[in-house]
Ligand binder design. Sequence first.
Ligand SMILES: CC(C)(COP(=O)(O)OP(=O)(O)OC[C@H]1O[C@@H](n2cnc3c(N)ncnc32)[C@H](O)[C@@H]1OP(=O)(O)O)[C@@H](O)C(=O)NCCC(=O)NCCS
Length: 184
Amino acid sequence: MYAVALAPDAELRPLDPWQAEEFLAHIDRAREGIDPFIPFAARNTDLESARATLQGYADRQAQDTGRIYGIWLDGTLVGGVMFVRFDAAAGNCEIGVWSEPAGQGRGLVTAAVRRLLAYAFEERGMYRAEWWSSTRNERSRAVAQRLGMTLDGTLRQYYPHNGVRHDKEIWSMLASEWPDAPRS
Ligand SMILES: CC(C)(COP(=O)(O)OP(=O)(O)OC[C@H]1O[C@@H](n2cnc3c(N)ncnc32)[C@H](O)[C@@H]1OP(=O)(O)O)[C@@H](O)C(=O)NCCC(=O)NCCS
């Protein structure tokens, strides 16, 4: 996958280590909205840590165990999606997302996740794609619902974050369910 149009003014593209500076500037704009739910922004606080994140994904892409892509709106990096886990042998993967305010409310994240699901199911023959989100994260749950995923269950008080143990919902889509996914 190289560049994929998500909307007339937005595209999904690989996000590589050489883009660490642009990635960090974007994360600084996104930090406030991400911190309550996941440690993704907190792990990227300077150029070194931002580059390490992207290098980690580049290494995992080379091993076929993970991938990361950015969402550009009018040429500005405003969010992204990733395969947090990609286990081709087992046919299971997990998708994660993040965005800054300028990228939200446009359906771009949902469109980007749909592209990753197409890649997983159609190009790679995966069986199951997961979406893990805190029960406190209503906008994240809404993405899973919009995609037509099914709530498998909730891991109660599973995830310690910012001094609170969050209940984690696990949503999934199976390959057999993919062609019927709603196209909103
Ligand atoms: C989760 C997160 C990425 C969702 O962002 P988002 O912009 O709401 O997601 P989408 O791209 O699916 O956009 C949906 C919104 O666009 C609107 N929209 C506009 N055009 C649309 C279209 N063509 N298709 C779908 N939605 C569209 C929807 O109505 C919805 O807006 P609303 O919530 O005000 O009703 C964002 O809240 C975020 O970054 N949160 C912090 C990080 C995080 O929680 N990550 C997930 C951890 S599990």
